[in-house]
Ligand binder design. Sequence first.
Ligand code: G3P
Ligand code: MG
Length: 241
Amino acid sequence: MINISDNRSSHEFLCFAHRGASGHEPENTLLAIEKAISLGAPWIEIDVFSVEDELVVIHDERLEYTTNGSGYVTEKTLAYLRTLDAGKGQRIPLLREVFDLVQHRAGINVELKGAGTNIPAVKLIKDYIRHHGWHYDQVILSSFNHQELARVKHLDPDIRIGALVLGIPRHYAKFAEELQAFSVHAGLAFVNQVFVDDAHRRGLKVFVFTVNFPDDLNRMRAMGVDGVFTNFPELVLSRKF
Ligand code: G3P
Ligand code: MG
């Protein structure tokens, strides 16, 4: 059992299993999530879209990339989506199935991909906090869609949000501070020392995606970032920093 409280230390370098342990198992499946936990990942990152009354866990807006289906995820019925093979016979999971599987063994970073995901995501998180023993510091809602994040914060200011960014904004991490974000999730290709220092000055954590090679990992460590997303959690967890 992973002790989440270990991850609250300000010194700890966090490892987010990106789409689960997607370097080992089909991304965004329960198999990849269980693999990440078995490797000791303290956090799992997954992507969600809203379909009917559920949040479904899949990265692309189209089905062709990871399943045997075709077309846009949000134009399908839930019943159809649940017939598809997301790899190794896995179904496209529902977000609540992920929470039920993880059972507090790791934190969950839910990346809101689709429009209109904010309301169902907040509803689900509040339900798992009220009725299933989860805590606010075990969940982060993130998105490139900062409108969705602002709505999350409006619906429940206690939910931690992570503002995703690819590139270096004109005013560095100011946008994330304005969103009252917990963290800024920055793309590996762009993140630099000035951005990291600016985010830290604003009280934000900096998590970088996607780091799959040791040299990049060392570079991020040297830059003082707070954690990384990786398809190979063992790469991060095997290293003694
Ligand atoms: O949340 C970090 C990372 O997953 C963002 O990019 O495209 O892999 O969802 P993407
Ligand atoms: Mg993602």
